[in-house]
Design a binder for this molecule. Structure first.
Ligand code: MN
Ligand code: MN
Length: 318
């Protein structure tokens, strides 16, 4: 696509009421193929890796519904993603909701097709298990990637209930499978109680940088993100955002909430601070609509996915 070709645009709230029409992500056109797309939103309605409160299987639909209020231009950063990128909603990955083992290759295969078309995937989760099959496809294309991981939890358990695939293990498996450039992995927002006092020692021993929530309470994350950009440089970078990184006061609609979390402005600073990185994909996971009675958590998630779109390579700022 040349920049002269008209790009897909979100359906305007002045052309169809925001509460009308089909609930695609950001009211973008639906697409059956990634061919010709620069970026795409993809839902992965999987929550059978959840350890506590299920419900993230309903995340993609609720995020799409709440995204109806979002407008094309980013008034804070000036980003105009739809001026230069061809973006669409590719719908949901047809996972096998009875089998985590069978769902993983289904997800990896879907993302390989997307990446082969040079389309950057932005994912609506789903629980955090899905980061592993997505990273398998990402690393097959780009090699071991840098990672900006926002979460209350490190998700580096060796197993959960004896299972090696679960929403608390994806980054342990990703290290073992050499999917990550470990010295360029940042885990931000970690907190809460642990199974052992040395729970964060394993990721640190791999070279990860951990920024616990309490270390940045009341603080801007802009200086942290300057360090992140300096360390990651031009290495292909994946952004994995677990909504439970944000305090449950703002994002209580999730399966494993932890008190004392990041604020919404800090979340915006993290994603906006990724501007200039070579972002090759991103996800927003763990929104559980059954616990999100106001829709606020899904509204936040939809906006954070929009912010991810705004920092993709090739987006111009007005
Ligand atoms: Mn997580
Ligand atoms: Mn978490």
């Amino acid at each position: 696509m040349t920049s002269a070709t008209p790009k897909n645009q979100p359906l305007s709230g002045n052309a169809m009421p925001r509460f009308g029409g089909i609930a695609s992500m950001l009211r973008l056109p639906l697409a059956n193929s990634p061919e010709g797309l620069d970026a795409a939103f993809i839902g992965v309605p999987l929550d059978i890796g959840t350890s506590h409160r299920p419900g993230a299987r309903f995340g993609p639909r609720q995020i799409r519904a709440e995204s109806a209020l979002i407008r094309p231009y980013n008034m804070a950063t000036g980003a105009a993603p739809f001026d230069t990128l061809q973006v669409a909603d590719l719908g949901d990955v047809p996972i096998n909701t009875y089998s985590l083992q069978k769902s993983l290759p289904i997800i990896t295969g879907f993302y390989q097709q997307v990446l082969n078309a040079d389309c950057i995937p932005l994912t609506l989760g789903g629980d955090h298990t899905i980061a592993l099959p997505i990273l398998r496809a990402i690393a097959a294309r780009h090699g071991p990637v840098a990672l900006v991981h926002v979460d209350a939890h490190a998700d580096v358990n060796d197993d959960m209930f004896g299972e090696r695939i679960a929403h608390g293990t994806p980054f342990r498996r990703a290290v073992e499978e050499n999917l990550l450039a470990c010295d360029k992995v940042f885990q931000i927002g970690l907190r809460g109680t642990g199974y052992a006092s040395d729970d964060f020692d394993w990721p640190r021993a791999q070279g990860f940088t951990i920024v616990q929530a309490h270390e940045v309470w009341y603080q801007s994350l802009a200086p942290t993100m300057a360090r992140v950009r300096e360390r990651i440089g031009n290495t292909p970078c994946y952004l994995s955002f677990d909504i439970d990184g944000i305090d449950p006061a703002f994002a209580g609609g999730t399966g494993t909430p932890e008190i004392g979390g990041l604020t919404v402005p800090q979340a915006l600073e993290i994603i906006r601070g990724c501007h200039g990185l070579n972002i090759v994909g991103g996800d927003l996971v763990e929104i559980a609509p059954p616990y999100d009675l106001s829709g606020n958590t899904a509204l936040l998630g939809a906006n954070l996915l929009y912010e991810m779109l705004c920092v993709l390579p090739g987006v111009k700022r007005r």
